[in-house]
Design a protein around this ligand. Structure first.
Ligand code: ADP
Length: 535
């Protein structure tokens, strides 16, 4: 089960299939799986030439381009480990991760080079990827030149162990520095294969897959492998993807399947609504994960005739739970909708359970809320070089997710919230996710994040941050939002304040950065009560 098998089979069976990649100069590069395979082999030999050996770590600081996809295959297939650095992380975090991972060499996109140079890691070899192929910086190689010097006819070793490490990723730690996660060839292979099933990503060689999930995030939810296992056409959105670019690529390349975080689709749908001039009729299916699918995204895509598939996972085990409607979900429209908004059922190879604080398994009744635990073929069983946090995070071989969840009689998992995001008000819990989804179901609202902020009397109270759609700015106030919620939640759950903002801070993976919001507003109620007490 090494990734070499995926690569060889793809070239052999689907050699004429196309890969289209948006370049920094605005052009689209097109080539076939056969040409891709040739370049990947050349790259493998060039890496050897640079002294990269088995289990060496090769970093990338790059967008979703054909070159990054080539590295996705070449590095693991020659026995080294691909370490995809999240280019949205801070200089400090990237510096820490590079040290911890002990990268030998880093492949950097042209526009990321300045940020990389600022790290001052002159000891690290760097290869620049871009359209400008001149070697203008001393000590820095160009990707295309490197490939030219690669050996034609190079073959990847047949002897590669399926348990060899293939990918190294880091996940943002809530406490302490980022944690390293390693996925082997075997786990990536099994995940890639399982996700091709009709119930999940449902891919064949008739599909056109837009790889929107950043390749630096959670192995791109394995779509780079599922797509090639299926023999699908692959489209890469290039540097700095925008909603406009995604819409143009979907229309121009006749994309059938894509995937991404809710915030990506919120802004994409908003762009479609504003412009109303794209033909996205080819799009059959959008996989939404990384944070909760909102009812608004589900509705709008369904109105466009696009099927929405909700998925849940972690860097430690990406795309582990995917939603599809089992036979035993009855045809009742309301139930179907309720089930579609849940995170889904475990993909074959994955097991889940919810437990109470003592670790006892809770009933699968759709009501008992506990911590979600999971294990399986592509869930890690330890953190890279971190025995302490391995000991904290695993319990009898199960990974503790930090997510509060229920599992119902039919096996559907619903994430109530992350434990750290639940709001504790007067001894009761309020789900920030529920409030966000309700606020975002108001037609004037583009994005909403809700956090618990310390309160003298109630311990914590919810504060809501709301971004209005362009046409509604200054036309909608707190009263409208609260009235909208009042019909739907208990009075004590209503946010104490609605703060209108231009944008909500996002984490490196595009989720609402609630940690940052909590930190910024931690004195909000204390300051307010002090002010109100002043004469
Ligand atoms: P980070 O901790 O940096 O966000 P991950 O991408 O590994 O890194 O995040 C995993 C977490 O994302 C999960 O534990 C869960 O809280 C959240 N998550 C992922 N998918 C979903 C989903 N479909 N619905 C709700 N939460 C999700």
């Amino acid at each position: 089960m090494s990734l070499i098998c995926v690569l060889r089979r793809a070239a052999l069976l689907f050699g004429s299939q196309e890969i289209a990649s948006y370049k920094s100069d605005g052009e689209i590069l097109r080539y076939s799986y056969t040409e891709f395979y040739e370049r990947v082999k050349r790259l493998g030999s060039a890496l050897r030439g640079l002294g990269v050996g088995e289990a060496d770590v090769v970093g990338t600081l790059a967008w979703n381009t054909h070159r990054h996809l080539e590295l996705y295959y070449a590095v693991p297939c020659m026995g080294a480990v691909l370490h995809t650095l999240n280019l949205r992380l801070s200089k400090r975090e990237i510096g820490y991760i590079l040290n911890h991972a002990d990268d030998k060499i880093v492949f950097v996109d042209e526009d990321q080079y300045a940020a990389f140079a600022e790290l001052g890691r002159h000891d690290l070899r760097c290869v620049i990827m871009g359209e400008d192929q001149t070697e203008h910086r001393s000590g820095v190689a160009s990707y295309e030149k490197l490939l030219e010097n690669g050996q034609q006819g190079f073959e990847f070793p047949d002897s590669l162990d399926e348990n060899a490490p293939a990918f190294l990723l880091y996940t943002s730690g809530t406490t302490g520095p980022p944690k390293g996660v390693i996925h082997s060839h075997r786990s990536v292979f099994i995940a890639g294969l399982a996700l091709c099933l009709p119930q999940f990503f449902n891919l064949t060689d008739r599909d056109v897959v837009l790889l929107q999930v950043p390749l630096f995030h959670a192995v791109g939810w394995f779509l780079p492998f599922s797509s090639m296992i299926a023999g699908a056409k692959i489209v890469l959105p290039g540097p700095h993807p925008t909603p406009q670019r995604l819409a143009e690529l979907i229309e121009g390349e006749r994309v059938t399947v894509t995937a991404g975080a809710p915030t990506v689709w919120i802004n994409f749908l908003n762009h479609l609504n504003k412009t109303r001039n794209y033909d996205i009729s080819s799009l059959k299916r959008v996989i939404v994960g990384g944070a909760s699918l909102t009812p608004a995204i589900l509705n709008e895509f369904e109105e466009l005739g696009v099927e929405v598939v909700h998925a849940w996972g972690m860097t430690e085990g990406p795309a582990a739970v995917v939603n599809w409607l089992k036979r035993d979900i009855d045809g009742n429209e309301e139930e179907v909708r309720r089930v579609k908004l849940k995170q889904g059922i475990p993909v074959p190879g994955i097991e889940v359970k919810v437990v109470d604080q003592e670790g006892n398994e809770l009933p699968r009744d759709g009501k008992s809320v506990g911590e979600l635990l999971f294990r399986g073929a592509w869930v890690i069983d330890s953190y890279f070089k971190d025995p302490e946090r391995t000991a904290q995070s695993f319990c009898g071989g199960w990974l503790r997710t930090g997510d509060a969840a229920t599992i119902d009689e039919k096996g559907y998992i619903q994430i109530v919230d992350r434990y750290k995001d639940l709001i504790r008000s007067g001894g009761e819990w309020i789900s920030s996710v529920d409030l966000e989804n309700l606020i975002m179901s108001h037609p004037a609202v583009l994005e909403a994040a809700v956090v618990g902020v310390p309160h003298e009397v109630w311990q914590e109270r919810p504060l809501a941050f709301v971004v209005l759609k362009g046409d509604y700015v200054n036309k909608i106030g707190k009263a409208e939002i609260i009235d909208h919620l009042r019909e739907r939640v208990a009075k004590w759950q209503l946010p104490d304040e609605i703060i209108f903002v231009e944008s909500i801070p996002k984490t490196g993976t595009g989720k609402f950065d609630k940690k940052a919001l909590r930190e910024m507003y931690k004195n909000y109620f204390i300051e307010r009560s002090t002010k109100s007490q002043q004469p």
